[in-house]
Unconditional design. Sequence first.
Length: 114
Amino acid sequence: MAGRHPALARLDVLAGRWTARVKVESLNTAWTEFAWQDDGLFLRQRSDIESMPAAAPQAWRENAPFPITAVIGLDDTHEEFTMLYADARGVHPMPLRCGRHTVRHKSTVPPTLR
């Protein structure tokens, strides 16, 4: 990954496969995997749930975001990261700022099922 912008090294800690816990009762754990692509210029994230259990609430089954794909890149002029996030509900560009990032999406799932 020679020649990449030094700011991209801040994302190295994300590389690998992680277990994700979904905040919905009766759902299995999910996984998320971060890997560098294009010689380290972009960090790709893929996430999915192993299987949707039969006990999952119907509203969740109909509106689950899985699978998820995201690509993080750097605007090297301003040294700001941007994420393009796509899930089963569409594509959502998101700026990443202040060393913290939370993915939020307007959900059609009732609040009691989130």
